[in-house]
Design a protein around this ligand. Structure first.
Ligand code: CAA
Length: 297
């Protein structure tokens, strides 16, 4: 799909603004690591394809899916593989058994020095997942603590199973959240609640509280959680993929740039979709009172 967007035939008629948008897209494509083998067998995660949806299950249940470095590396590899797979439109991440993820692996990091964490870019490589262009839904089935809560917040949509628990207990370990917990949480639940959670380390949110505060968009009975997340992911995957990915990018801009810059970027992305086959199809289908058939072109 991106290859189509970036083909000379596509780029030639673009206005300056469109060229800017496409240049930004192409830059992020070039910076991305090479595709990985989609058939790869992982040690700490399970991967499965359901229609146009990639499903990743964190699978270290004995350690409550604690996020050791190897596990997070595998998550990033699987996400990149799905991002590069043209028949996949969205990804769901969930956890096995009673946890989504109980945080970064404390046993792995407990003897680290500052130099160790600096040299290995500890947690820095987690941020790679924010480079993924396809939408990611977190289906939070149980404990989402520390890095687990941060992992959920790095996803684009969060659904909570009715046994989900969200918290940032790092302060009790003598540290602070290191993968977005002080930044994304406050935007989701407000300053007072974020402070209470992070500063005490023991104010957790259950699924209903997380819904009321706006951290999650839906609470689903545990048994239906993955199915419900896959259903939403399938709906997203049936839309025009350039539009989906640009919408994700535009919304994420609201976290990163001032409003005026975000609005300008949104306008550029909006305009760049005009003249595409999917824009014509979507609007003609509306006028003709039928469902649109998108080709991602
Ligand atoms: N790292 C490593 N191992 C972990 C772990 C973690 N974050 N969380 C749980 N485990 C392990 C336990 O050590 C235990 O292993 P053993 O059987 O070998 O002893 C196993 O998982 C089961 O855990 P519990 O026996 O503790 O299970 P429980 O049901 O009694 O309690 C819990 C569940 C409340 C989630 C508790 O395990 C807990 O408090 N875990 C730690 C949560 C935490 O502090 N997370 C933040 C980590 S730091 C971080 O994430 C930094 C960051 O910002 C990225």
């Amino acid at each position: 799909m991106l290859r189509n967007i970036l083909s000379p035939a596509f780029i030639r008629p673009l206005s300056n603004q469109k060229t800017l948008a496409v240049r930004a897209l192409s830059t992020s494509v070039i910076c991305r690591p090479a595709a990985v083998d989609e058939q790869k067998t992982y040690t700490h995660i399970l991967t499965e394809t359901r229609g146009k949806v990639g499903l990743i299950t964190l699978n270290r249940p004995k350690a409550l899916n604690a996020l050791c470095s190897d596990l997070f590396t595998e998550v990033n590899e699987a996400l990149r593989a799905y991002d590069n797979q043209s028949d996949i439109g969205a990804v769901v991440i969930t956890g096995s058994k009673k946890a989504f993820a109980a945080g970064a692996d404390i046993k792995e990091m407990k003897d680290n020095t500052f130099v160790d964490t600096y040299k290995t870019n500890f947690l820095g490589h987690w941020a790679e997942m924010t480079q993924i262009k396809k939408p990611i839904i977190a289906a939070v089935n149980g404990y989402a603590l520390g890095g687990g809560c941060e992992l959920a917040m790095m996803c684009d949509i969060i659904y909570a199973g009715d046994k989900a628990v969200f918290g940032q207990p790092e302060i009790k370990l003598g540290v602070i959240p290191g993968a977005g917990g002080t930044q994304r949480l406050v935007k989701a639940v407000g300053k007072s609640k974020a402070m209470e959670m992070v500063l005490t380390g023991n104010v957790n949110l259950n699924a209903t509280e997380a819904l009321q505060l706006g951290l999650v968009s839906k609470v689903v009975p545990a048994d239906d959680l993955v199915e419900e997340a896959v259903k939403t992911a399938s709906t997203i995957a049936s839309m025009s993929q350039p539009s989906v990915q640009m919408a994700k990018e535009a919304i994420n801009q609201s976290f990163e740039v001032p409003l005026s810059a975000g609005l300008r970027w949104e306008r550029i992305l909006f305009q760049s979709l005009f003249g595409t086959a999917d824009q014509r199809e979507g609007m003609n289908a509306f006028a003709e009172k039928r469902a649109a058939k998108f080709t991602n072109k």
